[in-house]
Design a protein around this ligand. Structure first.
Ligand SMILES: [Cu+2]
Length: 295
């Protein structure tokens, strides 16, 4: 699949990327609407107060200063008003957090592991596992002869990868995020996700993306010399195409079902899939490139 310019990638404009998940839409509407207005109004109000104080109460215009030290009414107002503003911000913020941290049941579960300096992805219910490396430019002197160079169909420089993580459109996808060496961070701005990947810990985040497309992110935790060269590329495809892709990777859908249920097959499918996974994963990685290019 070819990325759409301006969707799921930085394009130089100001503000947040166009959001494609329910959480992202809710959060960006909150940020671009009430929060920005509130910030602007408060800043303007404080600036006006400062200017009034500087002009009206300067020493030459106001030679005998007021000796007042208390004004109960104004003290109540300047305590109560900020409290009300903060409560007004807190209510939608906490509602948003609740939505973010109480995900619906997952249709697909993907384990994401950060390494110095690449990502690897496991679909434990489907027996698919592969690594994902940044594609180097054609003229990069460090590019090995057997490494494919980036083309514009892969995505922007520093974002395109050899093996994208593929997820079905309109389905709840749970990412279990961890790392095997240092702290990384799995972040895709268009999904409103940024989850630290800590060695020895598993954190969880989730997305539901209705719009098929390619969405890019980057490791967002300073993790070492090549931290800037471990991008994330997520390809969202219709369910049928996802099923086909799983087949191409040598994996299989749990129970052969059309809609994948994450909870049931975990216990049964994993031991059975564990052995063939190692072999098929290598085959899958080897054959993945043409498959991705076709899409
Ligand atoms: Cu990293």
């Amino acid at each position: 699949m070819i990325p759409t310019p301006g969707i799921g990638e930085p394009d130089g404009r100001m503000g947040l990327q166009t959001q494609v998940t329910p959480i992202g839409e809710e959060a960006s509407a909150f940020h671009n609407g009430p929060l920005l207005w509130l910030c602007g109004l408060i800043s303007a109000f404080v600036l006006i107060l400062l200017l009034v104080a500087m002009v009206r109460f300067r020493r030459s215009a106001n030679p005998t200063p007021s000796r007042n030290s208390h004004n109960t009414a104004i003290e109540i107002i300047w305590t109560l008003l900020p409290v009300l503003i903060l409560v007004g911000i807190a209510i939608p913020s906490i509602r948003l957090l609740r939505h973010q941290y109480s995900p619906p049941p997952a249709d697909v579960t993907i384990k994401v592991t950060g390494h110095q300096w690449y990502w690897s992805y496991d679909y434990p219910d489907m027996g698919v596992t592969f690594d994902s490396y940044m594609l180097k430019e054609a003229n990069d002197p460090n590019r090995q002869p057997n490494q494919r160079a980036r083309t514009d169909n892969d995505g922007p420089p520093l974002f395109a990868v050899d093996n994208r993580v593929v997820i079905p459109a309109g389905k709840v996808v749970k990412f279990l995020v961890t790392a095997d060496d240092v702290i990384h961070s799995f972040a895709v701005p268009a999904f409103w996700i940024k989850q630290d990947a800590n060695p020895g810990q598993v954190h969880e985040t989730w997305v539901k993306v209705d719009r098929p497309g390619v969405y890019f992110g980057q490791c967002s935790q300073l993790c070492g010399a090549r931290h800037g060269f471990m991008p994330i590329a997520v390809e969202v495809v219709p369910q049928a195409q996802f099923n086909q892709w799983i087949g191409q990777q040598g994996g299989k859908l749990p129970g052969g079902a059309q809609v994948v249920q994450a909870s049931a097959p975990l216990a049964t499918a994993t031991p059975a899939a564990a052995a063939p996974t190692a072999g098929s994963a290598i085959a899958a990685t080897a054959t993945n490139q043409p498959a991705t290019a076709q899409n």
